[in-house]
Design a protein. Structure first.
Length: 256
């Protein structure tokens, strides 16, 4: 009788201990063990709003700030904190619009003459960046080219987006290299419509210093007016200098 009672007592104590054991066992399981497993790809791309400020000799010639967009596309090397890829940007650093006669012989028809100064940036980059975590700071080196051009277009003043003529007034290319850094903040991580494949979305903020070689370019002050008040651009009014710039970027990046 005593043996039977002792056995039942031990069984009851063991049954009471089971829920406690399961509770601590669940605590020991990693949280992501309950999440569906998926694989993040090795490609990374982004689109950023670009603000570029002239520096050095470039700033001495013009203080016009460039506004535009930057597109990045990179490959994440497996099991290494390294991304290699290319970055391409475009910005306008000054534009003016004038209302002028269509020609000297057609004075009663006016058109809108828009003059804009632009540059395009194309660089290869090598980026050092951790591949896990919510915050992912990075440092990068860049090498490539900068393309500067000024163009003038003519539009019918009665309608929007009615451009019917245009010219590139001046263009030049300069070698460029630089370095930069930034941080990516993960705002989403989930599975795509393709089972087993995932995607990560980041807010991306960065700054780059780009050293630019010598180039010839116009700015807003290069425009002069003839006796009839019509704007003119002459190559002798072009400016020549090195083209360093400090570029700020803010946008969205995706790893897929």
């Amino acid at each position: 009788m005593t043996t039977t009672f002792t056995t039942r007592y031990n069984i009851m104590n063991a049954m009471k201990a089971i829920p406690l054991f399961l509770f601590f066992a669940l605590l020991a399981v990693p949280a992501d063990a309950f999440a569906q497993e998926f694989r993040i790809g090795q490609f990374q791309g982004g689109l950023q709003f670009l603000v570029a400020a002239p520096r050095g000799e470039f700033r001495e010639n013009t203080d016009d700030i460039g506004y535009g967009l930057t597109l990045d596309l990179g490959y994440v090397i497996p099991r290494m904190p390294v991304v290699v890829g290319g970055t391409f940007g475009f910005a306008t650093y000054g534009s003016r619009t004038f209302r002028v006669p269509l020609s000297q012989t057609v004075q009663l028809v006016n058109v809108e003459l828009e003059n804009s100064n632009n540059f395009a940036l194309g660089h290869l980059f090598l980026r050092f960046q951790p591949q896990t975590g919510v915050f992912r700071p990075y440092f990068e080196g860049l090498v490539g080219m900068n393309y500067f051009w000024t163009e003038s277009t003519v539009e019918d003043e009665r309608y929007e987006n009615s451009e019917f003529a245009g010219s590139v007034n001046l263009s030049d290319v300069a070698f460029s290299y630089g370095a930069g850094g930034g941080v990516m903040f993960c705002v989403y991580r989930g599975e795509t419509d393709d089972p087993g494949r995932g995607v990560e979305v980041f807010i991306d903020a960065r700054v780059r210093y780009l050293v630019g070689g010598e180039a010839e370019y116009f700015d807003e002050d290069s425009i002069v007016f003839d006796n009839q008040g019509v704007p003119q651009l002459y190559e002798e009014n072009a400016k020549i200098s090195e083209t360093d710039m400090l570029a700020f970027g803010l946008g969205v990046s995706v790893r897929f």
